[in-house]
Design a protein around this ligand. Structure first.
Ligand SMILES: Cc1cc2nc3c(=O)[nH]c(=O)nc-3n(C[C@H](O)[C@H](O)[C@H](O)COP(=O)(O)OP(=O)(O)OC[C@H]3O[C@@H](n4cnc5c(N)ncnc54)[C@H](O)[C@@H]3O)c2cc1C
Ligand code: SF4
Ligand code: SF4
Length: 466
């Protein structure tokens, strides 16, 4: 067991643990920026959840600062205890609505020494579904079992080129076995391979060594950068279903743009094969019609597909504000009232993360849809940032001021408010824009290639002439 503060970054923790031959398994795509506190508050998972589970499985105890300033210690470092209500688990995944986590006791695991990865492409999604079900029924537990749809494969092919040019169109299953004994890993991978091959993939590649593994795994890691080059806005949704109706649900999601008659909207689907889907919508949020189509698409996804299929409206990203409107439909009125009662025990004045539907039943004030650029000259300032946060940690001014507004992402959001007239220029905004050193480190980290420092330079020019 290790003890960490909530602000420790997931990748930094794993770099440190690696020196001792251990690791903390949950690995969200945001692990280079996600904090352990945020991961506990969201109960984050990641691409290895199929075998290693999610953050909850690793949290032994927490200190939580309550709204009145008291510190509550929950959980313990003993492996078995039923001496109280399980209040620790109430805080895990509570999205900051009940208190601020200030200390975390975590279980860690020995780092596996060996792994073997294969990439398989199917022309028929049902064959892939059946292969995945057979793997589960066969008691084989890959550390990684990931799905990518046809659109993602095409985007990755265009983005990465190289060996990926030879990959045929189709649905991808990426599967890996790991362990501490080379022979066991090889044997288990052979069992996995024998199952998958029965379902006639049209193409496969097996990594023969670590270099080939790194190459193949790029097909998965490049999903976000590849997709974010297609349209200005990339919005990754998150929901879970059982594998029983996997293909039907995927087909319905693929058809969303057609079903809601939204010709500018595109959707791609990534899935962790424990049933955690990430339908990813591509559009232009600077365009009012696109935004409306996106909202319709979300309604359709949750109301017409996921909830009727008996799924959950979030598997690992949380409810936030966007999915709060689907809470009642998903859980029913009585359940929501009970959550509200629990919320009020910890936060009677409802001041912690207001508007997040875990416990907050108040109506959300939606931002205006009538967003129109005030001045076409300002087009370069339009938001093409997906708010992933990959640029935040590297920014020198963010490090000094330690406030989101002084980060590249914060500055872009402020500029967006300015060009659409939601904000008015003032001294503080001027300071925030002028404390950017124009070093360009953010651009290096940005998967979408947002020309950040050119934008900030232009913004200063505009402010100067005002
Ligand atoms: C590009 C990208 C990829 C992602 N991929 C995955 C993935 O594969 N799997 C996955 O599970 N998730 C994924 N996520 C979402 C993921 O859950 C978060 O990135 C991460 O766990 C949150 O950590 P954070 O430090 O960024 O928290 P933040 O985003 O800052 O906060 C998340 C929530 O937790 C609350 N919170 C933060 N710290 C505390 C604290 N100390 N006490 C109480 N509440 C707190 C915040 O108020 C907020 O409600 C992804 C996100 C992005 C942007
Ligand atoms: S260009 Fe500005 S915003 Fe980007 S990393 Fe440098 S200081 Fe930060
Ligand atoms: S500018 Fe920053 S937050 Fe925006 S897409 Fe690029 S890396 Fe992500």
């Amino acid at each position: 067991i290790i003890e960490v503060e909530p602000g420790v970054i997931c990748d930094d923790l794993n770099d440190e643990l690696k020196k001792y031959g251990y690791f903390f398994p949950p690995d969200p795509g945001s692990s280079s920026v996600a904090t352990i506190g945020g991961m506990v508050a969201n109960n984050a998972g990641g691409i290895q959840a199929f075998k290693y589970g999610v953050t909850k499985q690793y949290v032994m105890y927490l200190d939580v600062v309550l709204v009145n300033g008291e510190i509550l210690s929950v959980g313990s470092d003993v492996l078995k205890s039923v001496s109280s209500y399980n209040i620790k688990d109430l805080f895990i995944g509570s999205e900051g609505t009940l208190g601020v986590i200030s200390k975390i006791g975590l279980r860690i695991r020995p780092l596996p020494k060996f792994r073997k990865l294969g990439l398989f492409i199917f022309d028929d999604i049902r064959k892939l579904e059946n292969a995945a079900k057979k793997i589960r029924l066969g008691g084989i537990i890959p550390n990684l079992l990931e799905f990518m749809d046809k659109m993602i494969l095409r985007a990755v092919r265009d983005y990465l080129g190289g060996i990926f040019y030879d990959f045929p169109d189709g649905y991808v299953l990426l599967a890996e076995m790991d362990g501490n004994n080379q022979n066991h890993v090889d044997d288990n991978f052979t069992r996995l391979f024998d199952i998958i091959i029965q379902y006639n993939p049209i193409f496969f590649r097996i990594a023969k060594n670590d270099i080939e593994r790194e190459l193949l795994i790029r097909a998965r890691k490049a999903n976000l950068p590849a997709l974010s080059r297609i349209k200005p806005t990339t919005c990754v949704e998150d929901c879970t279903i059982t594998l029983t109706n996997f293909s039907d649900v995927i087909k319905q999601i693929e058809k969303i743009p057609e079903s809601i008659n939204a010709s500018n909207l595109e959707v791609a689907i990534i899935c962790h094969m424990e049933g955690n889907l990430h339908p990813t919508f591509l559009f232009n949020e600077n365009n009012a019609e696109d935004r409306e189509d996106f909202e319709k698409a979300l309604d359709y996804l949750y109301k017409e597909i996921i909830i009727p299929a008996g799924g959950s409206i979030t598997g690992e990203h949380g409810i936030g504000k966007i999915k709060t409107p689907y809470m009642k439909l998903s859980h029913g009125e009585k359940f929501i009232e009970k959550m509200n009662e629990i919320k009020k025990i910890f936060d009677p004045n409802m001041i912690l993360n207001p508007g997040i539907g875990k416990g907050d039943t108040r109506k959300i004030d939606k931002t205006s849809k009538k967003r129109k650029l005030k001045n076409q000259e300002n087009k370069i300032l339009e938001l093409e940032c997906m708010r992933c946060g990959f640029c935040v940690a590297s920014c020198p001014s963010r490090k000094i001021y330690n406030i989101e507004a002084y980060s590249p992402r914060g500055r872009l959001c402020i500029l967006n408010g300015l060009v659409y007239g939601d904000l008015k220029p003032n001294q503080l905004i001027n300071d925030i824009l002028h404390t950017c050193t124009l070093c360009g480190l953010c651009l290096e980290k940005c998967p979408s290639g947002v020309p950040t420092y050119e934008i900030f330079e232009k913004a200063r020019e505009i402010l100067h002439f005002r």
